[in-house]
Structures are given as structure tokens and as C-alpha cells.
Design a protein around this ligand. Structure first.
Ligand code: HEC
Length: 217
């Protein structure tokens, strides 16, 4: 075989064209993926809820079909007792997010799994049973963020330092943490047991049945 009879798939011009086509096709795919990702991570979408989700109860329950836990948006349960408009909620959550950046919470914590492993992941900290009860937690969280140095919050044994967070910043941070707990993270963190948020049984409920007969005196 002479050198001039190069096979088509071994010719230089074929590979030049291939390079151009593959680059062009990859660019189209990347542009599509960029728009698709932006749609998925923008607040107000299916996975990242609108900021006004902080007006609602947020739970984290097992979904049989998806085989992991998913956030469930429940009845109206406003943060600090006040229902906010979408714009007001956005302002508050954004302020909280800026606070977490300014105080570098990621230096010790992870948020949505990103950050350092010195302190607990904050993705579901709004739902941490360690706060005690759903009614008191928002104030406890504000108090904790403003001065955690004298409080040992869970069994970790490490203390969080006082970071000079004002009450306004602390409230905004709690709003940010509540909003973050409503993000669908494909089951991260797994096997997380959320705080019990069931409402107290109504007064009219029948008294519990005695299981053992009361011994006669
Ligand atoms: C120097 C390290 C450090 C920094 C910075 C830090 N934390 Fe912490 N944080 C901790 C430690 C340690 C704990 C566990 C404390 C405990 O259990 O008493 C903790 C606990 C918490 C908890 C309770 C978590 C839960 O679910 O039980 C929250 C909420 C929290 N931090 C929020 C924040 C926020 C918001 C910031 C940034 C404004 C921040 N932390 C910055 C070290 C830090």
C-alpha cells in the first residue's frame, strides 16, 4: 500500500473535522446543562423552595418510592410568629446567608455537605431534636448563635465560640437555616431523625387507656 492511499479514518482531515464537531457538540451540551442546573438550584423551583417556605412547617420523612428521606412542607407555621411575603423572606434569608459567609461558619461546619468537619452539618440543624421542642427552638437557636460559649448543645463535647453575632443577624441566620432544611438534597443527610413536630393532641381526645389494672389498696 502506497503512502498516498491513507485510510479515511486515519487521515488528518477526518480527525480535524471530528475535533471541530466534538467541540461544538460538547459546547451545546454544556450550555443545556448550565440552564438545567440553574433552573434546579434557583429558589422557587422543585428542589429548592421559594424563600417564603419559612412560613411553613418543614419535616423530613422517608419516601418509599425514592427510598430516602425528603423534606415535606407542612401547614403554616411562621418563623418568629410573622408570615412574611416572598420579598421579605428573601431579604431575611439572604441576610442570614451573608452572616454565615461573613462569620465563616464553613470553617467548622458543613452546609449541604460542604465545609469543615469540626462541627455538625447544618443542613438540617433546624430539625435537630436536640433543640427540645418545635415551639421553643427558634428562640433557643437565636440565643445559641448569639452566645454559644456557655451552652453545650449536643453530645459532641466541643463548644462553639462566641462570634459576635447580633440578634438581628441571629434571627436572619435561623431563617436561612430553616429555608436550607427545606431543600431537597436527595436524602442527605441520611438516617437523620428530625425533631417531633406533631401538634399536641386536642383537649377533647379521650384519656389514654390504662394498660394495667390499678391495684386495690
Ligand atoms: C470555631 C468553630 C465554629 C464556627 C466558626 C461556627 N460553629 Fe457552630 N458549632 C461549633 C461546634 C463545635 C458546635 C457543637 C456545639 C455543641 O454541641 O455544643 C456548633 C454547633 C452549632 C449549631 C447547633 C447544631 C445542631 O444541629 O445541633 C448551630 C445551629 C451552629 N453551630 C450554627 C453556626 C453558624 C450559623 C455559624 C456561623 C455564623 C457557626 N455555627 C460557626 C463550632 C463552630
Amino acid at each position: 500500500m502506497s503512502q498516498t492511499q491513507t485510510l479515511w479514518w486515519a487521515s488528518e482531515s477526518f480527525w480535524k473535522k471530528m475535533a471541530i464537531w466534538i467541540t461544538a457538540a460538547s459546547a451545546v451540551v454544556l450550555i443545556f446543562l448550565t440552564f438545567d442546573t440553574v433552573a434546579k438550584i434557583t429558589a422557587g423551583g422543585k428542589r429548592v423552595p421559594a424563600y417564603s417556605v419559612i412560613n411553613h412547617r418543614i419535616d423530613y420523612v422517608f419516601d418509599e418510592k425514592r427510598n430516602h428521606q425528603v423534606p415535606v412542607i407542612g401547614p403554616v407555621e411562621p418563623l418568629f410568629g410573622k408570615v412574611l411575603s416572598e420579598a421579605e423572606a428573601k431579604d431575611l434569608v439572604s441576610k442570614g446567608k451573608l452572616t454565615t459567609q461573613a462569620k465563616n461558619c464553613m470553617n467548622c461546619h458543613t452546609l449541604l455537605g460542604n465545609g469543615a468537619y469540626f462541627a455538625p452539618d447544618l443542613t438540617k440543624s433546624w430539625l435537630d431534636p436536640a433543640w427540645g421542642s418545635k415551639e421553643v427552638r427558634e428562640q433557643l437557636m437565636v440565643d445559641f448563635l448569639m452566645d454559644p460559649s456557655d451552652k453545650l448543645h449536643n453530645a459532641l463535647g466541643r463548644r462553639m465560640p462566641k462570634l459576635g453575632i447580633t440578634e438581628e443577624e441571629a434571627r436572619a441566620t435561623v431563617a436561612f437555616l430553616k429555608w436550607m432544611s427545606a431543600i431537597d438534597t436527595n436524602g442527605f443527610p441520611a438516617n437523620f431523625k428530625p425533631i417531633d413536630q406533631a401538634d399536641a393532641a386536642p383537649e377533647t381526645a379521650p384519656p389514654p387507656v390504662e394498660s394495667a389494672p390499678v391495684p386495690a389498696l
